[in-house]
Design a protein around this ligand. Structure first.
Ligand code: ATP
Length: 243
């Protein structure tokens, strides 16, 4: 088995005059949580969409679980939670989960897996509510459940904890680490630094480039900074000075 869940090599993507990804390369080991950190417009979502096979890069390659992307057969092995909620609002929470499970080919154990993720995101008592009747935070919890229901080997979460209560956020992170222990790889994007320390590795992104990469401890040590915010600025200034 290849050691990497994701291998991105020299990825470029332009949207008109915007160079959203500028020759970005990154390798993500299996069984870890990798945090993509960067300000608005850094290229996090663009990179994520290329990884999950929803965006065709102008140049460069992406391999996921050992296969070149895009590959439709891999969709069942990937869980993707988008930044903007993408659920069927007229369906209930349970119906949405059943739909995502069926799309991934989960049939015989669907009921059990749906009940498990409902419990995880604490939505069991709202399983029969239509999504449009849920608050924004509850919809995000449902969206996370949809990304996990088919037990994917790679889970990609674009800002998963925005609008989620602090206590439940802690539970989510505990669950992410349990998934890691089972060999599942997670990629989590954020521009909130306080959650970053929970990731095994971090990639600092800015202007479509990877400024620096490593564990939180490693990045703090290398930068000589006390916080990840300051470390980010340190690496950004270093790159600016060179270019
Ligand atoms: P945020 O934290 O705000 O979600 P991000 O790091 O995810 O930002 P991206 O959404 O990847 O950033 O955007 C990177 C750049 O590419 C931005 O300048 C954005 O405006 C641009 N961009 C992204 N998608 C498109 C698109 N479909 N058409 C035009 N420009 C786009």
């Amino acid at each position: 088995m290849e050691p990497y869940a994701v291998e991105v090599n020299n990825l470029h993507k332009r949207f008109g005059h915007i160079h959203a990804l500028r020759g970005l390369s990154v390798q993500i080991e299996r069984g870890i949580t990798y945090g993509l950190l960067g300000p608005n417009g850094a290229g996090k979502t663009t990179l994520i969409r290329a990884i999950v096979g929803l965006l065709r890069p102008d140049a460069g390659t992406v391999r996921v679980l050992g296969h070149p992307m895009p590959d439709k057969r891999l969709m069942a092995r990937i869980g993707y939670m988008t930044q903007n909620i993408a659920l069927y609002e007229d369906l209930t929470v349970r119906q949405n989960l059943a739909f995502f499970a069926a799309m991934a080919g989960v049939v015989s154990r669907a009921r059990q897996q749906i009940d498990e993720v409902l419990a995880l995101v604490e939505l069991s008592d709202r399983a029969d509510s239509r999504v449009r009747e849920l608050s924004g935070g509850l919809q995000r919890r449902c969206s996370l459940a949809c990304a996990l229901v088919h037990r994917p080997a790679l889970v990609v979460l674009d800002e998963p904890t925005v609008g989620v209560d602090p206590q439940l956020r802690v539970q989510f992170w505990e669950h992410f680490h349990r998934l890691n222990a089972e060999g599942v790889t997670l990629i989590v994007s954020s521009h909130v630094m306080d959650e970053a320390a929970r990731c095994h590795r971090l990639g600092f992104l800015r202007d479509g480039e990877l400024l620096a990469e490593g564990s939180a401890v490693d990045l703090l040590e290398r930068s000589g900074c006390a916080t990840l915010e300051d470390a980010f600025l340190h690496f950004a200034e270093q790159v600016a000075a060179v270019s």
